[in-house]
Design a protein around this ligand. Structure first.
Ligand SMILES: [Zn+2]
Ligand SMILES: [Zn+2]
Length: 156
């Protein structure tokens, strides 16, 4: 079978940032699309709020997970509809009638991204992330885990 290319484009805010959700504390933050695309899947990344670390692929929000799952499922459904219908139709004859009906595709919609949160500078990695405006505790670098004081990194 050929490789299926999945066409999942996660929504970006107007600063080209992608929402992330901590698998532990469930708080949300954002990273730049360019940083998202260069994530190293052998590395662990850190929650800016609780400082816990997890693999690169564990930071999707529930909405993003549903969206990518539905796109993956639709790729499978398309294949089933195409291949199974084709083979069932071959069986169809006067003595053996086969009725086929397509498996319905799943909804591939995801809400557009809001422009919430504020940029926070991470001099340790020379990057920026977006964090909740209300957060006034320590901010851990998503990329290296270095703890920063909230006041130091404010970026207007
Ligand atoms: Zn967390
Ligand atoms: Zn860092």
């Amino acid at each position: 079978m050929d490789k299926i290319t999945l066409n999942a484009h996660l929504p970006l805010d107007t600063d080209n940032c992608i929402r992330r959700e901590c698998p532990y504390c469930k708080r949300e933050f954002k990273i730049r699309k360019s940083d998202f695309e260069s994530l190293n899947h052998e590395n662990e990344y850190f929650c800016p709020y609780c400082g816990q670390s997890a693999d690169a692929n564990e930071w999707f929000t529930t909405a993003q997970k549903d969206y990518t799952m539905n796109i993956a499922a639709n790729a499978g459904i398309d294949l089933i509809n195409k291949e199974l219908t084709k083979s069932l139709k071959k069986l169809d004859s006067r003595s053996f009638r086969v009725k086929t009906r397509d498996v319905p595709r799943r909804n591939e919609l995801i809400n557009p991204e809001n422009d919430d949160m504020v940029f926070f500078a991470l001099p340790c990695c020379n990057k920026q992330i977006k964090i909740s405006e209300e957060w006034d505790g320590t901010i851990y670098c998503y990329f290296c885990g270095f703890p920063h004081d909230r006041k130091g990194g404010e970026d207007d």
